[in-house]
Design a binder for this molecule. Sequence first.
Ligand SMILES: Cc1cc2nc3c(=O)[nH]c(=O)nc-3n(C[C@H](O)[C@H](O)[C@H](O)COP(=O)(O)O)c2cc1C
Length: 198
Amino acid sequence: MKLVVGLAGASGSIYAARFLKALSHLPGETYLIVSPPSLRIFSEEYETKVSKPEEILEFIRSKFGLGTEHQFHIRNFHDIGADIASGSNTWDAMVVVPCSMKTVASITAGLTENLIERAADVSLKERRRLIVVPRETPYNRIHLRNLLSLDEAGGIILPASPGFYQMPKTLDDLGDFIAGRIFNLLGIDASLFPKWEG
Ligand SMILES: Cc1cc2nc3c(=O)[nH]c(=O)nc-3n(C[C@H](O)[C@H](O)[C@H](O)COP(=O)(O)O)c2cc1C
């Protein structure tokens, strides 16, 4: 599987960290784009200091371990001329986790001012799967309208709303719930949480 994964500046770094950790154990490759606000929020939420995407991967490696099956290619957030800015390069799906309301708004408006927004725009125009994990609370009507527009344009909205019926014991369990739901939408059974048995 070939993916594009963007980290935008919303709370919920744990969702990205648990998703990337699980992804690293699967065969395939990922183009990774990290926004500057996302670096800041990751630093605050994990009480660390990351100033570039490589340091996010290094942090995940030291905290959770990273598999070697998956290749990560880092792309510059500001490089709107990168390879994945063009639909002539193919990928199976794009995931934005977590996703800020600003990035939801920009994708919906077709702004393409940075590489996350551009790759998301390409995903939609090329009819490739785009999974967006928005996080804000409460939502105002602008957020709600933008989320609906994104759904209407073909995006899939996967709210950062973990379930509690699986009786999570740790924050990582909550992160894995959302990461597992992303994998479900990618058609991968990553077994990150027990299936509900009725
Ligand atoms: C600590 C912190 C937490 C934030 N949490 C959220 C959030 O949960 N949702 C959101 O939409 N924006 C949040 N923001 C604001 C965004 O980071 C801001 O709108 C930024 O411009 C988003 O840019 P980006 O999507 O390009 O990363 C947060 C900012 C900070 C500093």
